[in-house]
Design a protein around this ligand. Structure first.
Ligand code: ADP
Length: 716
């Protein structure tokens, strides 16, 4: 679709938070519909009275706006002019418009608008004396309205009618609906793989697979950037150059430094002032999959263990290590001539989790006051709210931030959480700093986007997050469908597909053999893969194991983390030799083989921002049984054998509450179905296998959020 004019009209232009807001909306629409070249005029029109302004059609014209209270004709307000106004001028303009409001008439004609089918009409203010779109016969085919009722404005039915509510929260709901529809309707695919607005995107992350990974964060930052690059964006990922095996999620020392072999020294050193010293960091670079992978090199990243700790627990200097990462990531687009030229200071940063939390704070506190990154935006992506980067308040002085920005990170523990009588509970919270300074907030599923605004799921930040609800969206993670493809998976001994499931049976037999379990196709093989952390609910499995082991089933658990659970897994293996295997450690190949070989994947997570294992499982015809929370609830549809004329519907089972009894209830049902409804089980597997969990789907939604992020001026 191509539009020539955008007309914003309505009686309530002013009351709806002022004309400026409307201009921003128009700007968003303009961007969506083809960028500044596609639309050559944006007009803002109130009924009866008008604002007069420049009507130049050249976007380079930045003439100031003169508003008029007396005119009764059509005024054209140039969007660009409006955006160029200073704050005081804007207020004056809004005040004058408020006075005009009293003289509104109940209907207004749109006929003076050029009779151009390519015009886009935006009607603001619902039906209360506002526009009547039935009269808009000579205007383009899309009608947008900020009113609540389509009927109220007499819209022509059958049109692409889109409401953009004025209330920010209602608007957020509408945005979420829009994101959902993007996926369902496949909008955007019509234009092929290329996106319409191209951004310089900078991911800042502590993990990016295959270079470093302990969980979903690594997977997402390893594959989403490539999906976005494939759609035409220029994408950089900045993460640490972990050496001595520190990049993989192992609890023991390994040497997997070879994953960084393709990254070369950029011969660019910068000095970062923080933690009372000047620290020199180097940059390494690899161009792969259309993405600039930039690795920040510093001795503190060279140690065995995981990116965050080793067998003795978390590293004591993580705050320093990730502060360094944030500073370096803010410099990288300015100083690295990747492919010959730098990214420059007009970037869209995606700060992932607390490790990158200082990025939006630095943009606001360190760069923008000096006119750098003025046109950049930052989206904070929350993959797990449980980790916030909380340190003593006194460490603020180490972060390389101006003292007056302390309140952005300030965090005071409630009384009950303080350790002793003299403890004032003063702390800094890196993720909180990001939440209060980022332009928008993203989570990795829609369910989790809501959960984090509630006391149950907010980890103490729910109040703050609720106050920014208008800019929070959830986008369900995609998966790397090449890496996780049962037809081509290099870790499997046999391949299989939707129409040929014989290979899956072979994978099951191979897994049973590898684990030393009896090779029996008829016994349900249940798997668990994940960090052995309270979040993942291994304690619920512990509680249920004796009961589960009374039946003819097999269970394999792969994971590392809590030493108690690791020890318990070793004990359970001895106790239930013929039925249970516990693989302590982190092994991507074994994870692939369990995902392919099992019949059922068990996920009793207490909370799950998105969860990737259930997506991998469904793609491999393994049926998930999971706690109904966050992304698990969003992505697993409950099995109903009677739906669709007996063909059945759903892709797995979710249970709630998270108790041993509820979990066992769901497990027994799934085991019963596996044994007694063979055809139904195959259809259940196939419904999961045909689901589209590709990043292409999610990338579309990300782009939509990028567009929203650049509409408003920087938030901080
Ligand atoms: P989280 O990020 O909370 O750990 P996700 O489900 O989002 O959970 O992602 C976990 C990722 O880490 C998946 O790719 C999973 O296969 C992988 N993973 C977790 N534990 C292990 C392990 N012990 N060995 C191999 N891969 C693992």
């Amino acid at each position: 679709m191509e539009f020539v004019n955008i007309v914003m009209a309505g009686v309530a232009i002013v009351s709806c938070n002022g004309a400026l807001l409307r201009c921003r909306d128009a700007f968003a629409v303009q961007q969506q519909l083809g960028g500044s070249n596609g639309v050559n005029r944006v007009s803002c029109r109130s009924s009866g009275n008008s604002i007069a302004g420049s009507s130049s059609s050249s976007s380079s014209s930045r003439s100031s706006v003169s508003s008029s209270c007396s005119g009764s004709g059509d005024g054209v307000l140039r969007l660009w002019s409006m955006m160029a106004l200073g704050r005081e001028q804007r207020q004056l303009l809004q005040w004058r418009l408020l006075r005009q409001q009293r003289r509104l008439c109940s209907s207004f004609l749109l006929s003076p608008v050029e009779e151009n089918k390519k015009s886009l009409l935006l009607l603001w203010g619902g039906g209360g004396g506002g526009g009547d779109s039935r009269r808009c016969v000579n205007v383009g085919s899309v009608v947008c309205c900020s009113g609540l009722q389509q009927e109220a404005v007499g819209s022509r039915t059958g049109e692409n009618f889109l409401t953009l509510p004025v209330n920010p929260l209602a608007r957020n709901e509408r945005e979420n609906e829009l994101l959902r529809n993007l996926v369902e309707s496949g909008d955007g695919e019509e234009t092929g793989k290329k996106t319409r607005t191209v951004y310089n995107i900078v991911f800042v992350t502590a993990e990016a697979a295959p270079y470093s990974k302990t969980g979903g964060l690594g997977d997402v930052c390893g594959s989403l950037p490539m999906a976005l690059a494939g759609r035409g964006h220029r994408v950089m990922v900045v993460s640490p150059r972990y050496m001595k095996g520190g990049g993989v999620g192992v609890t023991t020392t390994t040497t997997e430094d070879s994953v960084f072999a393709g990254a070369f020294d950029c011969q660019c050193r910068i000095t970062i002032g923080c933690f009372n010293a000047a620290h020199e960091v180097a940059f390494f670079h690899e161009f792969r999959g259309g993405v600039d992978w930039v690795f920040v090199d510093h001795p503190s990243y060279h140690r065995p263990g995981t990116p965050y700790g080793d067998t003795r627990g978390a590293y004591g200097d993580n705050q320093f290590r990730f502060t360094l990462l944030c500073h370096a990531a803010c410099e990288a687009p300015l100083v690295l001539p990747l492919g010959g030229y730098t990214y420059g200071d007009k970037c869209l940063f995606i700060a992932n989790d607390w490790h990158a939390g200082l990025v939006p704070v630095l943009l606001a506190a360190k760069y923008r006051p000096h006119n750098v990154y003025k046109n950049s935006r930052c989206i904070v992506a929350i993959h797990n709210l449980a980790h916030q980067g909380v340190e003593a308040g006194t460490t603020y002085a180490n972060l390389g931030l101006p003292p007056e920005w302390y309140s952005a990170l300030e965090w005071v523990f409630p009384m009950w959480a303080r350790k002793h009588a003299l403890d004032k509970g003063e702390a800094v919270n890196h993720l909180k700093g990001a939440i209060v300074t980022a332009d928008r907030i993203l989570t990795v599923s829609e369910g989790y986007a809501w959960e984090i605004t509630t006391p149950e799921g907010g980890n103490g930040l729910d109040g703050l997050l609720a106050s920014r609800k208008a800019v929070i969206n959830g986008i369900t993670n995609g998966i790397d469908i090449d890496d996780w493809n049962p037809l081509t998976d290099k870790h499997l001994s046999s391949s299989f597909s939707l129409n040929d499931l014989a290979g899956k049976a072979e994978c099951k037999a191979a897994l049973q053999k590898e684990l030393g379990l009896p090779v029996r196709s008829e016994v349900p093989l249940i798997g668990f893969i994940g960090r052995l952390d309270y979040q993942k609910g291994p304690d619920v499995i512990q509680a249920a194991l004796p009961e589960l082991m009374t039946d003819d089933v097999q269970l394999v658990m792969l994971g590392s983390g809590d030493p108690d659970v690791e020890r318990w897994m070793t004990w359970a293996e001895r106790e239930f030799k013929e039925k249970f295997r516990g693989w302590v450690g982190f092994s991507v190949p074994v994870a692939h083989r369990i995902t392919a070989g099992c019949d059922i994947l068990l996920m009793p997570s207490r909370f799950e921002p998105c969860g990737l294992n259930q997506l991998y499982a469904m793609r491999y015809g393994t049926v998930p049984v999971a706690h109904s929370t966050g992304g698990l609830r969003d992505t697993i549809q409950n099995f109903d054998p009677h739906a669709e004329n007996g063909q059945g519907s759903g892709t797995g089972w979710t249970f709630s509450p998270l108790t041993k009894e509820a979990m066992m209830g769901a497990l027994w049902t799934s085991i019963f179905t596996f044994r007694n409804d063979k055809d139904g089980w195959i259809r259940l597997m196939q419904r999961g296998m045909i689901k589209d969990f590709s990043w292409d789907r999610a990338a579309l939604q990300y782009e939509q959020v990028f567009d929203w992020a650049v509409i408003d001026p920087p938030y901080a």
